[in-house]
Write a protein that binds this ligand. Structure first.
Ligand code: ZN
Length: 208
């Protein structure tokens, strides 16, 4: 099996697939956000910058990323989340890391994503996400987490305006990254709509 880089617009279902790979096959999930938060625990200047919303340079992120990956045994399988975000990061990653990976682009139309985002409710405790109107993702009791029994909440940034802003920024930045992997023949484009089990079967074919 191969490590996986998911490239996906917000709400395209990256989290669901990542969870599946972690739980079922012991993949290590490495996200840029987690790396920065972890670093902030040990380094006050990083904590300050993180709190102020300052951006971290590509090289800083890559360095953290490299240290993290190299701290695992060679045969570890990874799911990468939030990296590479730019063409520079994509090119550099290949230089600094020796990995066998595949890039999966979760392609979902803007309208469907918007519908997902606007109906999304999250458990504040376990972070499981549900949907108010999609039958497959409704909680057993309306407004309550199946696992924790507490009230589900909407994310503050799950508004139409915030979504469209994130989505447009995403497309703009990711286009060159997609082209890069497409040229290298490493890109699998994956339509993430339809029946869950079929999508999982497809995913397994791709990463084996
Ligand atoms: Zn919960």
């Amino acid at each position: 099996m191969k490590s996986v880089i998911f490239l996906a617009p917000p709400a395209a279902g990256k989290g669901t697939f990542s969870d599946f790979l972690e739980k079922k096959f012991g993949y290590q999930h490495i996200s840029t956000g987690d790396l920065l938060r972890e670093k902030a625990l040990k380094d006050e200047s990083v904590e300050k910058r993180l709190k102020s919303g300052a951006l971290f340079s590509d090289d800083e992120v890559l360095e953290l990323f490299k240290q993290k990956v190299n701290s695992y045994p060679k045969e570890t399988l990874f799911v990468f989340d939030g990296i590479p975000r730019t063409l520079y990061q994509a090119e550099k990653m290949d230089e600094i890391l020796d990995l066998d990976y595949i890039v999966i682009y979760l392609d979902v139309s803007k309208d469907i994503l918007l519908e997902r985002v606007l109906g999304r409710v999250i458990c504040p405790k376990c972070h499981r996400s549900y949907h108010e109107t999609f039958d497959e993702f409704k909680p057993k009791v309306e407004g309550i987490c199946d696992d924790c029994g507490i009230t589900l909440k909407k994310r503050v940034d799950d508004t139409r305006e915030a979504f469209l802003k994130r989505y447009n920024e995403y497309l703009l930045k990711t286009k060159p990254v997609l082209d890069y992997y497409r040229k290298k023949n490493q890109l699998v484009e994956f339509s993430n709509t339809g029946v869950h089990q079929e999508k999982i079967t497809h995913l397994m074919e791709v990463i084996k």
